[in-house]
Each structure stands twice: as C-alpha cells, then as structure tokens.
Design a protein around this ligand. Structure first.
Ligand SMILES: [Zn+2]
Length: 352
C-alpha cells in the first residue's frame, strides 16, 4: 500500500519519543506547543496541561490549569515568573477540579478571556458552590439503590458531613466566560483550533483539533493506557452517560489516523483510531461481562468485582460505583436488563 505520508495508517498506539517533563517544566511537543505537568494528590498523580504560543494575542494560551491547591499555585507562580510573556487566554476542557482548579487564579491574575463549553461552565459553578444546606437524602438513596448496607451508608453520611466538597480544590470560578460549541474555531497565535465535543466523562467536554499541525488536544475524553471514568452519580442517577460516551467517541476517527494526540493524563501519543477502537472494545467487554453475570438478579455492589479486579479504596470506590451504574443503566435502557427494587431498597438487575 502506498499512501501519502500524511495518510499513513497507524495501527498501534505509540508514545511520542520525548522525555516526560518534571512538574512545572515546559517541553515543546510541536511548533509553539508546550507540554506541562502538574502534580495531583491521587493514585493518578499528575495532569498534563498545554501552553501554546499566542503572541498575536499577547502571550500564551493555556489549556487546562491544574487542581486548585497550594502546591499547584506555588509551581505556577515559579513558572509564570520565568515565562517571557503572560498568559493571554485560558481554555478549560471540562469541569473536573484537576482541569478547572486554578482557572480562577490565572484569569484573575492576567484579566484574560476564559473559554469553556456552556454545560461545563455552569456545572462547575454549581458543584463548586456545594449543597448550600440542601438535604442529602438522595445521596443516601443512591447508595441504597446501589446495594450498600445501612452501616456503609451511615459512614458515607458522616464523611459527607465533614467533607468541604469539591469547591475546596477549585479556586473561585470567573464570573464570565466565552462559550465554546461543537465546530467553533478558536484562534491561537496564527492557527485555528476546531472544537469537538465529547460527552459521558463529563457533560460537554471540549477537545481541540489543529488541522495545520495535525494535533488533537483530547483532554480526558481519549486517554492512552487508562480508560476515562464514565460514571453515573447521585446528582442524576438515571443518566445514560455510557451511551453518550459511546456515541461521541467514533467522531474522532474522522480525524487523520496519524495525528498527534495530547491527552490530559499519561503521555502524548499516535494511534488515535486504534485507541478509539480499544476504548469502545473495553466498554463492550464490560457490558458483556455484566450480561453474563446478571443471569440472576444482582446489585451494583455485587457487580463491582466483575468490572474491577483490584482492591478499591474509598476514593476509587466512589468512581467504581458510578462506572458500574453507567454500564447497568446502559443495558437497562437498551432493554437488555430488567431492574427491580428489593425489600432492602436495593436495585437488582437481571438479563431479560
Ligand atoms: Zn475529567
């Protein structure tokens, strides 16, 4: 097969052959595009941010910002002091605190435009504002429906009381934003980046494609090695997040297969089409395991070991429950599983 170089097929995921930067250090991954890492206090201990030369607009455009804790701020302050130009615009892919956490600090410091999609912006503001005293009975019911005992739920209730919520790791969010929507283009420097929207990991996740340089900033929507968390949470327990993810992932196969992908975690890679196929297959395999397991009526809790082989700590457990429920909801909406509440108030799922 004799394809032009820019259409060469890449059928394997290959990492860009480049040293992973230390926290707060910049590594140029392509012309005028810099990879920057910030630490995270989780098992997943880092996030990738990208700085792009935007000199036509006075400085550097920033994609995502790091979690809003003192450590990140210290690293930012040191880096900003060493940069030859200021930040010119801040773009946030989605509302998770490792992405939006420091946006308020940076937008405030430089008084620059702040770009997000509509849903991500308002969900971020709502979640960071907390419950404002609203009752948490639905959080409790969510865990009950998922099959958890009263003692587990009482413990969770105590934890909710003492937790300061996600707002404590998100700097106050700017009161104004510029909306990004599918197919919009945003000028960074002399180049255009096209907005692509992914759903399922978060409500309206922004990915950015640069045709001139053949580069996709994929955020958390397409990750190498790990699969993005696709969850259904107590805020919307009947959501069909997995369906949204599975229907917004294939669009990325319309991009050139040899484009460089800049993800929010792990390392920049080639092999976008392969990775999309792997992620689709990963979820199909999980769905198939659940079909085979639910020949008798099972709760969400009982399904966890089918999907997660490792021991789950409380932080991981929160996401694991949400991920299992997203798969069960998917099969329920596909009318492959029936769902009934038992005498303990647990949902039981069984193949139809
Ligand atoms: Zn995320």
């Amino acid at each position: 097969m004799n394809l032009p170089a820019n259409q060469a097929l890449i059928d394997d995921v290959q990492f860009l052959d480049i040293q992973v930067p230390e926290a707060g250090q910049l590594t140029e991954v392509s012309d005028g595009i810099f990879w920057l890492r910030m630490p995270l206090p989780f098992d997943l201990d880092h996030i990738n941010l990208y700085l792009i030369k935007d000199f036509e607009f006075g400085g550097y455009a920033l994609i995502d910002t790091g979690i809003g804790i003192r450590k990140t701020q210290e690293i930012w302050d040191e880096l900003l002091a060493s940069l030859d130009k200021p930040i010119s615009k801040v773009i946030v892919t989605h509302m998770h605190p490792d992405h939006i956490g420091m946006a308020g600090y940076l937008v405030e410091k430089y008084k620059v435009p702040f770009y997000m999609s509509h849903s991500e912006y308002f969900v971020a503001r709502a979640l960071s504002a907390g419950s404002r005293g609203a009752s948490d009975w639905q959080d409790d019911e969510y865990l009950q429906r998922c099959g958890f005992s009263e003692s587990y739920r009482n413990n969770a209730k105590e934890n909710r009381k003492t937790s300061k919520g996600v707002g404590q790791v998100i700097k106050p969010i700017p009161l104004q934003y510029i909306r990004l929507q599918a197919n919009d283009t945003i000028d960074i420097g002399a180049e255009e980046w096209q907005v692509m929207i992914g759903r399922g990991h978060s409500p309206e996740h922004v990915c950015l494609f640069n045709k001139q340089q053949n580069i996709l900033i994929s955020g958390d929507h397409v990750l190498p090695i790990i699969s993005p968390n696709i969850g259904v949470y107590s805020t919307e327990p009947d959501a069909n997040s997995l369906q949204q993810y599975l229907t917004t992932l294939p669009q990325f196969k319309s991009l050139p297969s040899n484009c460089l992908v800049l993800p929010s975690h792990k390392q920049p890679f080639y092999g976008l089409h392969t990775r999309v196929d792997e992620l689709l297959a990963h979820h199909q395999a999980h769905l198939q395991s659940l079909r085979e397991f639910c020949t008798e009526r099972k709760t969400v809790k009982e399904c966890l070991p089918v999907l997660f082989k490792r021991e789950l700590n409380p932080h991981n457990m929160f996401f694991a429950i949400a991920e299992a429920l997203s798969h069960l909801n998917y099969l329920y909406y596909e009318k492959e599983l029936s769902r009934e509440v038992n005498e303990s108030g647990h949902f039981g799922y069984k193949i139809i």
